[in-house]
Design a protein around this ligand. Structure first.
Ligand SMILES: Cc1cc2nc3c(=O)[nH]c(=O)nc-3n(C[C@H](O)[C@H](O)[C@H](O)COP(=O)(O)OP(=O)(O)OC[C@H]3O[C@@H](n4cnc5c(N)ncnc54)[C@H](O)[C@@H]3O)c2cc1C
Length: 128
């Protein structure tokens, strides 16, 4: 996925890691948490960062005046005739919950719209 390949992202992750480590060393957290690595270790955040399996927004949905919005509100990919995106990649921002239910809701809504807009409403969609 190319996580932390951009220097700005690495610097932000490192700064966030340092902040977290500093907070974790204050009372009462310092009594409850295992010892943290040396605050001067510049690579700690970079060695331990995880994505937690919920990437979204690689084809994110948005208004026409948003230069980063690849798909429109119906899931159509802008600039590609007949191409649609109906999965987690269209979710504009990481939701404040896990992604599975959001994907199902998005797929049901955009899938129904896709069938209607493309005139394929009579096509049976397998529940599997
Ligand atoms: C380890 C892990 C744990 C997770 N745990 C949770 C959780 O507990 N709760 C939660 O809400 N979310 C969880 N998620 C996130 C959730 O699973 C995803 O957000 C969701 O599955 C994304 O749905 P999707 O339809 O966008 O993509 P996917 O579910 O990845 O579906 C993509 C499908 O496309 C197929 N495909 C790929 N390329 C091609 C191709 N060229 N031709 C044909 N088919 C292709 C793939 O085989 C796959 O079936 C977890 C994710 C991971 C990786």
């Amino acid at each position: 996925m190319g996580w932390l390949e951009a220097a700005g992202d690495r610097a932000l992750a490192e700064a966030a890691g340092r902040e977290l480590m500093a907070v974790a060393r204050t009372a009462p957290l310092d009594d409850m948490l295992d010892p943290w690595p040396n605050l001067d270790d510049p690579d700690h955040a970079l060695r331990t960062v995880e994505t937690f399996h919920h990437p979204v927004a690689t084809l994110r949905m948005g208004q026409g005046d948003d230069p980063m919005a690849v798909t429109d509100g119906d899931g159509r990919i802008r600039g590609l005739e007949g191409a649609w995106c109906i999965d987690a990649s269209a979710i504009p921002r990481v939701p404040s919950a896990n992604t599975h239910l959001a994907v199902i809701a998005l797929a049901e809504k955009l899938g129904a719209g896709f069938l209607e807009l493309t005139g394929h409403g009579d096509v049976a969609v397998s529940p599997a």
